[in-house]
Design a protein around this ligand. Sequence first.
Ligand SMILES: *Cc1c(COP(=O)(O)O)cnc(C)c1O
Length: 343
Amino acid sequence: MAIATLTIDLSAVTENWRNLNAMAGGKAAAVVKADAYGLGMPQVVKALTRAGARTFFVAVAEEGAALRKFLGKGPQINVFSGHMERDTALIRDAELTPMLNSIDQMLRHVEALPGHPFGLQLDTGMNRLGMEDAEWTALREVALEQRPTLIMSHLACADAPDHAMNARQLQVFNEMTQDVGVPRSLAATGGTLLGPDYHFDMVRPGIGLYGGLPYIDARPVVSLYAPVIQIRDVAVGETVGYSNTWVARGPSRIATIAAGYADGIIRAMGPNARLHTGSSSVPVVGRISMDLIGVDVTGVAEEPEHLEVIGPHQSVDTVADFADTIGYEILTSLGARYKRVYL
Ligand SMILES: *Cc1c(COP(=O)(O)O)cnc(C)c1O
């Protein structure tokens, strides 16, 4: 079999959720947008529901409608992008709660679905989604009369605990939501780790559930092993891969593994990427191809049958570093053709 095996440890996901939930005094929702960060929304949601999660967040209404099919009636599904044009039927039929982010969305929502639950999103400095201060001031009274289920905002720098932006956004959020009498939420994973001041009535962890930074104490969730298809000897001066970017400086053993950029092994990792066999770290050589990667296994005692891409010796975030990116991007880039095993 020439496909790599992606193992997703659902017991680690639920343990991470339980720990973050306990840290936040039992107020944790679960963010499962983008197919639960690439790990499989149906499986992840089933496990989280068993662990006690009752509130979920997705990015768009279409994800929410798909999620409702798995969850059935009951659990709350919140939609970060709010109520967009042509979302109305999905929001109504799948009983989604849009997090409205502008006066336009507010008008659209109350006109199309009067009495249907909604939340509100405020911008506290990130300038991405949510009502700004002036808009909020104008709308506040009318909006609160409609009894939103939640008022939320999002932190821009929560992965850097010492960043001054955190306290600034906290202060703005407190000022904007003083005496609203509505449940509030500010923190994602990073904000949850910043402490109780940031927890309000609900925290919204995503990456922490899936074992990524900034939740340093998370239990790892993902491992990825790619089979070795072929091993060959390469003489001094021979090259490996497209465009001859790697030249053997000495006699070398090169393993070709069955994984590539089509599987989310980002091509830009190229010269920095390493894999593991047992405890030996082995470098990627040459360009990462669509389906194949060359790895220098010179000096490795036993011919490996497969190599570790993500696992006990290198975390999702280590692999992210190879491409100068973040664990979030590695997870959500994981390809569709892996053999997926759920533990
Ligand atoms: C994605 C997202 C989250 C979850 O963030 P993590 O850093 O993955 O915990 C929470 N809130 C909002 C608004 C988001 O977009």
